[in-house]
Ligand binder design. Structure first.
Ligand SMILES: [Zn+2]
Length: 430
């Protein structure tokens, strides 16, 4: 008969090494699970990920990759990479029943989870005390700690709670876990995410919070080191807050620090001046973009005005081509297509609209060099441009589309006079 696994982590959150007896080894959906009589491995639960570590059974060490609690019986899922004599190899043999197991949990990982979880309890206890918020969701993964409150909080209120949480950390208050008797529990005012069946385990942060919780916590608030809010969003009528505590907060801020230092060096601006500098650059970019589009519009307008002359094999045509202003102009009975080196999309669209009006019975368009090859914008008042797009796809493998009166997309090659003739025939026939 299987009995409930004794939860050593419940009373000894700082122990990382233990011995146990293997009660059973089960295959569960292609995974192997070891059931022990007792364990230090915290199983996934209450929004928190499970502990990681190893189990040595006989002379083989298995990685424990997942731990689950199934109605009081704790399953240690092991993978097939085993360690023997400092080497790692794959072994499909399963651990033996009734043998002794030596368990080691990854304590650095466990301790970090303890820091995050205790930090969350302080924050949520204070959120209830000062802003009457109820915690309605909690998630502690390898990368983030998030929790949801039923009420919205302003930025000012969130920072107030962050400050107060860190004050409790500095005060180094004692944290204890205990199972009160049923009649004792009735008289206690504690936070609880849901009705709990069976014995209720309470975690008390001296003078600050009392909350039902099954997870390991640090012994004193000072061990949390720091609690920093890293994000918050409105969520389901309340707020979702992300925090980081201890070393994870340090690592996160080191990364932010490196990023801002890098930006500061590349912009040659002091770090505390970065917001001003980035605002200045972004405004300058907008101004430059505005000027560029206007200049290009004027330059394309000029080409447009010159078109009747340029079309006619004149000196003007030679000149605009020699100066690289226009690469090519194709005018035939059905189409007017202009190739340019490069041009702004807005300015090109503006020009295609003008070409459309000037040559209402033709297919008009502008082709420009682009990072993806060649970009085209075409328009017409006589051709259905969606048919032109289809013909371009079939004929030249072009990508793109649009409306009946205008299309845009990309081409791998420049259009020749022959391509344009064929395109007009194909589009007309479609
Ligand atoms: Zn908890």
């Amino acid at each position: 008969m299987t009995h409930f696994t004794e939860k050593l982590y419940d009373k000894s959150p700082y122990d990382f090494s233990f011995q146990a007896k293997v009660l059973d080894v089960v295959e569960d959906k292609d995974r192997t699970a070891v059931i022990l009589d007792r364990t230090l491995f915290f199983p996934e639960g209450g929004g928190q990920v499970s502990d990681k570590g190893t189990l040595t059974i006989g002379d083989v060490t298995y990685n424990v990759v997942d731990v689950q609690n199934n109605e009081g019986i704790i399953y240690h899922y092991v993978d097939n990479s085993v360690h023997v004599d400092n080497s790692v190899h794959v072994d499909n043999s399963v651990p033996l029943k009734d043998s002794k197991a030596q368990g080691e949990i990854d304590f650095k990982y466990r301790f970090s989870n303890m820091q995050q979880h205790s930090g969350e309890h302080i924050f949520s206890g204070l959120a209830r005390k000062y802003y009457d918020c109820t915690n309605v969701g909690f998630h502690l993964s390898d990368s983030e700690v998030t929790f949801d409150y039923d009420k919205p909080l302003s930025e000012e209120q969130i920072y107030d709670l962050e400050t107060k949480t860190n004050e409790v950390i500095y005060q180094n208050r004692k944290i204890t876990a205990f199972y009160p008797k049923e009649d004792e529990l009735k008289n206690l005012d504690y936070r609880s995410k849901k009705e709990i069946e069976g014995d209720v385990r309470l975690v008390e942060i001296q003078g600050v919070d009392l909350c039902a919780c099954c997870a390991p916590h640090v012994g004193y608030t000072g061990e949390i080191g720091i609690c920093k809010v890293v994000d918050y969003i409105n969520y389901k009528g309340g707020v979702r807050i992300s925090i980081l505590c201890g070393e994870r907060a340090l690592e996160y801020y080191r990364e932010l620090d490196n990023i801002t230092r890098g930006i500061s060096r590349s912009l040659s601006a002091a770090r505390l001046e970065l917001i001003n500098e980035v605002t200045r650059i972004s405004e300058a970019l907008k101004e430059a973009e505005y000027k560029n589009v206007n200049t290009q519009k004027r330059y394309l307008d000029l080409i447009f005005e010159l078109l009747p002359v340029v079309e006619s094999d004149s000196e003007v045509e030679k000149s605009v081509k020699e100066h690289g202003i226009v690469k090519n102009i194709t005018v035939n009975g059905n189409a007017v297509i202009i190739s340019l080196a490069e041009a702004d999309g807005k300015a090109v669209r503006n020009m295609v609209n003008k070409l459309k009006s000037k040559y209402p019975d033709k297919l008009t368009g502008v082709i420009t060099d682009s990072s993806k090859g060649y970009a085209f914008i075409m328009g017409s008042e006589s051709y259905d441009c969606r048919r032109v797009a289809e013909a371009l796809r079939k004929q030249l493998g072009a990508k793109g589309g649009g409306s009946e009166s205008m299309i845009q997309g990309n081409l791998d090659k420049e259009l020749t006079k022959e391509d344009i003739d064929l395109l007009c025939t194909n589009a007309g026939e479609l």
